[in-house]
Design a protein around this ligand. Structure first.
Ligand code: ADP
Ligand code: GLC
Length: 490
């Protein structure tokens, strides 16, 4: 199959959250099984052209955004896994310090930025003469691509064999804008109907994609159920109108990259059969945080976007409630300035017990996964969550709220049956994070049980090899549907 991944983030080039990990890894695993997969991204300033040896194609293209003509170039590189990555370069929209916004607020012209990107992606395909069987779009920033294919471009022969699939990584970010976006994006008012572009008299990028792509997926089976039933942020009816075409596919982890045996960022490598290195990683992390380097201190890590989604109110509460215990807490995060202020205050009051780092810091993230005993993730909702899967690989035991992908990946450790890989509580049933931490501490202090729990955690397999098969199945279903449609159209 020929597949184009269109997204707004991708490792190693640019990352804000887990979306980047997925867009970086999925193509690599699809390419491994023989598909021609290419990726297309905005060329943000953050993407270092020299480091990745980006080359420019020898032509300039243009698309319309509102009444403006926006010119752009395509740059490209080929990764070591043989995946071609295209970058849309336009100074006005992407040559700025950040990806989505600054100081906790979105850029005021994100609507125009991603209208531009969606149009530029489709225009680029023609220039590149690349006719994908599937355009796989991710999150709201690419949501208009399926919409253009089913409206303005429906009679364009170039795209006759092209289907689109759309993956929802987080339904909380929908890209909802005023109805005049119809004009700005160059659609016709005729298509501003409830089955196509209209959403309560607005134009919502995500709604357009759910309604008009050929299949929709989201990043865990439980989240797929949740968003249809009660957590769809207003999108429940639209989702249910497509319920036959919705797939819940659990994300994977790229174990070539996330592996304590080979990780170049951690103080000492280790493996399930030799955990000496993990002790060194813990001691180094304690030093870095200004904590006492005690092996018996129960050390918790957290690496996260600072966002209400992630349950920071619950974490901050726990920091204060547990301050007298033999426990230590380290948090690395960037995002919401209000959460940052509360964490700063907690770290100041709980010096020696809690340390916070406000940064996007890849090496430190690895050190935290490797050095911590347990990993805090009391997310109020979580489409999939990669952090808990990474933590499991590093033997940092996740303590999570039962939500979305966390329910699909973490199972309460039962010290009778010796089954389970972490600790789970349920906010909806009034269960409590602090109590769950205290229960987990009993296991932590019982070394025989803790060792079994750690081995269970190392044994989890969330590799991409499994999830990739589900994606291929979804692509094949869509291609088959298209083939039948074309057959009937004759
Ligand atoms: P989300 O996509 O909602 O942010 P995930 O758990 O799916 O949550 O993915 C988060 C990813 O981003 C993980 O790879 C995590 O290690 C990484 N990450 C989050 N915040 C930071 C940070 N401040 N520094 C380094 N890595 C981070
Ligand atoms: C989103 C979700 C997260 C998911 C990630 C990758 O950012 O918040 O749960 O793991 O996308 O799909």
């Amino acid at each position: 199959m020929n597949i184009l991944m269109a997204a707004s983030e991708c490792v190693p080039f640019v990352k804000v959250g887990g979306l980047a990990d997925v867009v970086g890894a999925l193509p690599k695993y699809l390419a491994k099984i023989g598909h021609d997969v290419r990726i297309i991204l905005p060329k943000y300033r953050k993407i270092d052209g020299k480091k990745y040896d980006l080359r420019a194609l020898p032509y300039r293209l243009q698309v319309k955004v509102g009444s403006d003509i926006e010119r752009f170039r395509i740059k490209y590189c080929v990764t070591e896994d043989n995946v071609t990555v295209y970058f849309i370069e336009n100074m006005r929209f992407f040559d700025r310090p950040d990806v989505y916004g600054a100081d906790g607020s979105d850029y005021g012209d994100n609507r125009e930025r991603y209208i531009f990107f969606c149009r530029a992606v489709l225009e680029s395909l023609k220039a590149l003469m690349f006719r994908p069987d599937i355009i796989h779009c991710h999150d709201w920033q690419t949501g208009l691509i399926p919409a253009y294919l089913k409206t303005n471009l429906r009679n364009d022969g170039f795209f006759w064999n092209t289907s689109s699939v759309y993956t929802i990584h987080n339904i909380a970010y929908q890209g909802g804008f005023d109805a005049d976006t119809v004009v700005e994006a160059g659609f016709s008012w005729e298509d501003f109907t409830v089955d196509k572009l209209e959403f309560y008299n607005t134009l919502n990028f995500m709604k357009c994609a759910i309604a008009l792509s050929d299949a929709v997926s989201t990043v865990s089976p439980t989240y797929a159920l949740e968003i249809k039933e009660f957590n769809g942020r207003g999108m429940e009816i639209v989702l249910n109108s497509r319920k036959e075409d919705i797939y819940g596919i659990l994300n994977g982890i790229d174990y070539d990259y996330w592996n304590p045996k080979t990780d170049p960022f951690i103080s000492k490598n280790y493996s399930p059969s030799d955990l000496a290195g993990k002790k060194i990683c813990k001691a180094e992390l304690q030093k870095l945080c200004g904590f006492e380097a005690r092996e018996d201190a129960y050390l918790f890590g957290c690496v996260s976007r600072l966002d209400n989604q992630k349950g920071f109110d619950i974490i901050i509460d726990a920091l204060y409630s547990l301050s007298r215990q033999n426990m230590q807490f380290v948090i690395l995060g960037s995002g919401d300035p209000y959460i940052k202020r509360l964490l700063q205050e907690a770290a100041y009051k709980l010096k020696g017990k809690a340390a916070v780092f406000f940064d996007y810091n890849e090496p430190l993230a690895h050190k935290i996964y490797a050095g911590s005993d347990a990993y805090m993730m009391p997310s109020r909702f979580e489409p999939c969550g990669l952090s808990q899967m990474i933590a499991l690989k590093y033997g940092s035991i996740p303590i999570v709220n039962r939500a979305g992908g966390l329910s699909d990946t973490v199972e309460y450790y039962n010290h009778y049956s010796k089954k389970g890989n972490g600790f789970v509580f349920n906010i909806t049933y009034g269960e409590n994070f602090v109590q769950t931490i205290l229960k987990s501490e009993k296991i932590f202090r019982d070394k025989a049980n803790w060792n079994i729990l750690m081995q269970n955690s190392f044994a989890c397999d969330f590799s991409w090899n499994k999830s990739v098969e589900s994606y291929v199945k979804m692509y094949s279903d869509v291609i088959e549907k298209k083939r039948r449609e074309l057959l009937f159209a004759r």
